[in-house]
Design a protein around this ligand. Sequence first.
Ligand code: MG
Length: 365
Amino acid sequence: MKPYAVSEQNSLGRIFDEPKSPLRNDFQRDRDRIIHSSAFRRLMYKTQVFVNHEGDMFRTRLTHSLEVAQISRGIARSLGLNEDLAETIALAHDLGHTPFGHAGQDALNQCMQDYGGFEHNLQSLRVVDVLEKRYFKFNGLNLTFESREGILKHCSIKNAKQLGALGERFIHKTQPSLEAQVVDVADGIAYNIHDIEDGFRSGILTVEMMCEVSLFEQIFSEMKKIEKNASEKIRVYETLRRMMHSLINDVTQKSQKNISSSNISQIDEVRQSSLPLIQFGEDVELDLIQCRQSLKRLLYDHPRIKEMSIQAHKVIKLLFDYHMNHFELVPKDYQIDDNSERAVADFVSGMTDRFAINLYESLIK
Ligand code: MG
């Protein structure tokens, strides 16, 4: 590993001291704690874009997290960074997501408007710091600073001020470790590609529609020349596979250049930097922005997906209000301090799609 990678030697450690493991390094232990957590298992039944029960072939938060981990490991390895840490952050990055994807988080944020709001990144940190309970001596999983730093991808300044060393970078507008930056770009690569694939599978997206996206169109038109007799489905798969490959290549090359020209030699210099060093090249960055805009209009704002968002708002709002009025029904594990609104938000956000829908349906009968 390069000297500017996170290592056990330069790690800022855990909040509660623990003896070292003879078999695994600190970041492998963090990863294993996440895989064995209850919040991780529940990602299997949480929406990425399509509600979990719409079909078994769509991505869920769990398969999304696995794809992000795979891409993160590859980029981290190519750049001489800490693969184990990158994998750990990727597997944990969406642990705080509500049921029903972004619609669920917007709804819960509205419910919590007068009580400090709801941010899914901050909630992911709360899951590993507080809500998972498996140890005699502390709440949470007692992860290393570096895993927690990576999990907290975004944070409002107001909340950052409550977080001590972990919140400082949001106040000073500096960067986290390169491994955290790698997961950030890997997340974008994963969801752009798999949302297109799921969009095709659902019948919402067509090749004609996607040909307005230059990243897609450039490769797809080449695929037509290479294999004239291939089915459209295989051409689309080849295109998406090659798109992923070219995005990973581009970000690896550009980031390597950035690292070399910045002359950084240690992790402190990474954290003092005001701009991320892990970046796409300028052209690809612009292509990705165009891709996002098209996906928003063609897929995320499609009436079928919007309908799901409206349903999600109804379900989350009712479950929140109901538990505020019947606080005794919130499991004791969530009643951490005297903040009943936060306990209800923790409980509702931890629900899977199907648990939330079943409970909602039993309550409106
Ligand atoms: Mg994600």
